[in-house]
Ligand binder design. Structure first.
Ligand code: AMP
Length: 115
């Protein structure tokens, strides 16, 4: 279908700084980083947002995304110090790209509450 920019990154039509790839998941550096480490972890299939997730269908894919996050955090040496995973859903959360993605942020002290 190729409906978002992330589909074009998956198909390698446009370049990205890829840090992890498996059969089901791709992860690459965010183009506008909000922390020293800011990686986007996406499924290779098109799921627009959190409300499109079906546990019965996507459970193993979601597990793959968390496994990727842990692997990348270890690879980037922030597993011990800590990191934050963020999924924005819809307008009020400020979602810009309607292809499900997990932000992995680390390398600095995070604040709470988020903006
Ligand atoms: P969200 O606001 O949760 O939808 O986040 C979308 C994220 O995608 C933002 O942090 C953008 O900086 C990032 N982004 C958009 N286009 C690209 C791209 N071509 N390569 C890497 N990151 C991108």
């Amino acid at each position: 279908m190729g409906s978002t920019i992330f589909s074009k990154i998956i198909s390698k039509e446009i370049p990205a700084n890829i840090v992890f790839e498996s059969d089901t998941v791709l992860a690459f550096k965010d183009i506008n980083p909000q922390a020293p480490i800011h990686i986007l972890i996406i499924p290779k299939i098109e799921i627009p947002t959190i409300t499109d997730i079906k546990g019965s269908e996507h459970a193993s894919l979601l597990a793959d995304m968390f496994d990727a996050a842990n692997q990348i955090a270890k690879q980037m040496e922030i597993a011990e110090s800590g990191f934050r995973l963020v999924l924005n859903c819809g307008r009020d959360a400020g979602q810009e790209v309607y292809h499900l993605h997990m932000h992995l942020l680390g390398g600095r002290q995070m604040k709470w509450p988020p903006g």
